[in-house]
Design a protein around this ligand. Structure first.
Ligand code: PLP
Length: 393
């Protein structure tokens, strides 16, 4: 009998054959003898991860409430910072309530799963999902054994036609999408999506992980103000504190009834220690600051627009990106790995994203722009990409 280790090793070896094996990078901290000129691999879109005032806010919350929450919210862990942050989120998103989680993956995998529960709905739900939704959203559907009806990425006409096909189906409908897609950097059309959800009486579940902090007039995401229609809730907008807010954790903004339900049915909330006061203290600090960061948001999108233009001139394919996330789609997984290494050899760190995270033949490098990137750093990136193009000719 083969050992467990040899079975797991064989699984990873098979990934190697398709250039799909994942490996941890060395620590991001500077290594002796290596100079990192620019890091486009992180999601610290507003440069807040090292913000001294947020660190102070975290420490103040930690001093008052402890470094850990010491229990689930339903037991000992329900602390004033959680309550305060949730009230601020609900007000900002225009929903009745909100609930915080330890991570975005946990929020999606457990809250969406709970909402899809046949026992609560009275029937198995019909889930219309964007084909490029994040793994955590698929995970929730898989967990609940729900078959997804996948619509072409961001294609509202296709979504409408699928909804039409199932119009007479009495089962409860869900529409699940991201508002800014993490690997493509394009945005949903909120007006079209909310209109479809209302027309077809579908619960809208939106993931604002990459929009929170960066989009919306006050920085609270693309779904802010869209989650109510004709006096009723259209569904749930989740988002994370782990990207533009530079912290960790996530929120689900929803109706009071949905929040009450999640308190009673969502395993990732019920059976998990509440987020640390340190994390919530920092997240609350940044959340309250977001409306004052309009200038940084505008500058970030302007930087992204210029970068896309320069990449197009060089003949690179940036797909449908219209945000600070700019992919360079190269097709083959090995090309993405080679280009990533080419850039790293020149002091530039980017992420290589390969299937199955992206569709087959959609391998890419992902350039995540931040408000902190300087013109010189972007010029360095462009010089290295120009050299890559020249050697590839
Ligand atoms: C769209 C989307 N949703 C959810 C998550 C998970 O968030 P977190 O990193 O906070 O677990 C991510 C992060 O990778 C994401 O890109």
């Amino acid at each position: 009998m083969p050992s467990f280790e040899s079975r797991y090793a064989a699984y990873c070896d098979a990934l190697d054959a398709n250039s799909q094996r994942r490996r941890l990078l060395p620590s991001r901290e500077p290594v002796a003898g290596q100079t990192l000129l620019a890091d486009f691999s992180h999601n610290d879109y507003l440069g807040l991860a090292h913000d001294p005032a947020a660190l102070e806010a975290a420490l103040a919350a930690g001093r008052m409430h402890g470094v850990g929450a010491t229990g689930s919210r339903l037991l000992s862990g329900n602390l004033a910072p959680h309550v305060e942050l949730e009230a601020a989120i609900a007000a900002a998103k225009g929903t009745e309530a909100a609930l915080v989680f330890n991570s975005g993956f946990q929020a999606n995998a457990s809250a969406l799963a709970a909402l899809l529960d046949t026992a609560a709905l009275g029937a198995e739900p019909l889930v219309f999902s964007d084909r490029l939704n994040h793994a955590s959203l698929h995970h929730a559907c898989q967990l609940m054994n729900v078959r997804q009806v996948r619509y072409r990425h961001n294609d509202m006409t296709h979504l409408r036609s699928l909804l039409e096909t199932h119009r007479s189906d009495p089962r409860p409908r869900f529409i699940v999408a991201e508002t800014v897609f993490g690997m493509d950097g394009d945005q949903v059309n909120m007006a079209a999506l909310t209109a479809l959800a209302a027309e077809f009486d579908a619960l809208l579940y939106l993931d604002e992980a990459h929009a929170t902090g960066v989009f919306g007039e006050t920085g609270y995401g693309l779904a802010s103000g869209w989650m109510q229609r004709d006096g009723r809730s259209l569904g749930v907008a989740m988002g994370t504190f782990s990207k533009a807010l530079g912290v960790a954790g996530a929120y689900v903004a929803c109706s009071q009834a949905v929040r009450d339900y999640l308190l009673n049915r969502c395993g990732g909330f019920i059976y998990s220690t509440a987020p640390s006061p340190l994390v919530i203290g920092a997240a609350l600090h940044h959340w309250q600051r977001l409306p004052q960061m309009a200038e940084q948001r505008t500058a970030l999108q302007e930087k992204a627009r210029t970068l896309r233009e320069r990449l197009h001139i060089l003949g690179f394919d940036t797909g449908a990106s219209s945000t600070h996330i700019v992919p360079i789609i190269v097709g083959a997984a090995q090309t993405a790995i080679d280009l990533k290494q080419w850039l790293l050899d020149r002091g530039i760190l980017v992420s290589a994203i390969r299937p199955p995270t992206v569709p087959p033949h959609g391998a890419r490098i992902r350039i995540a722009l931040s408000a902190t990137h300087s013109t010189a750093q972007i010029d360095t990136l462009m010089a290295a990409l120009t050299a890559w193009k020249q050697q590839a000719l």
